[in-house]
Design a protein around this ligand. Sequence first.
Ligand code: PHE
Length: 325
Amino acid sequence: MNLKELKEEVKQALEDISDPKYLESLRIKYLGRKGEVTQILRSLSKKSLAERKKVGKEANQLKQELNHLFNKKLEELKMASDQQVGLDITQPGARVKIGHLHPLTQVENQIRKIFQDLNFSVLEGPEVESSHNNFDALNIPADHPARDMWDTFWLKDFDNLLLRTHTSPMQVRYMRENKPPFQIIVPGRVFRYEATDASHEINFYQFEGLMVGDDVSLANFKYIVGEFFKRFFNKEVKIRFRPSYFPFTEPSVEVDIQIPGKKDWLEVMGAGLVHPNVLKAVGYNPKHYQGFAFGGGVDRLAMLKYGIDDVRLFYSGDVRFVQQF
Ligand code: PHE
């Protein structure tokens, strides 16, 4: 068979193919290692130089042409089968949904970043605490009526272990192991044994702040807290302190903020100067050191920032909610 005939034969064969598998076997028949075109090229070694030149060139050309024809046919078959399954390859691809961080995590990350920029170290503490760290060392002895401020989940079968009701026990843990001056924040999950409603959950997130040194005062706190809220809301936020009571701070204040354009003052933090009894409990001399502590709610700030009116939404697991952030 000469090359021309061979080409016609292949063309003909390709015409009525509809099965890609059969196409492949045909390709092997002609272009494979033992295929007909390959054999023609091999047999050239026995021919004269002139013939080798002529036929060799033609055979190589044919090989290329056939390769092209096979590839084209393969494309055609693929397209046809795509259309059969209703696939329109000219459509833009479907966007792959990837997850993202929960709004509470986003807000907590932002809080961490702002305080790091203000030269605070970020630490975390355990969610299961001793009643000593959660209460006693914070100047709340067992018979103190202020214990009622924190409804507590106690661990069954373990004496004096509980789910921390606030992040304040990390004040105790940190001061026991470190000497001033320092400034830290401690974001973390806390637990309260309470009925839930739009503004109460049995677990939520707080961030504790603590700065202790030779003469750290409420004036330093005022600056830090003002800087924090300005950066958090990206606006000049008005701040006011109201007298309050916590067993572990003296004096104690509530921090209220007023966001520009809004009428209401919103309570966002408890704070104060670390009580001398707390300093004593961790082995500090209250005559040498003083500092401020504060505790804020991550959930509460996230609600204010995004205009969310029910804290339970954060824990609902409803993707329609979290997808909005
Ligand atoms: N731990 C307090 C609470 O959960 C908040 C607080 C922290 C107040 C530090 C003063 C100082 O209510």
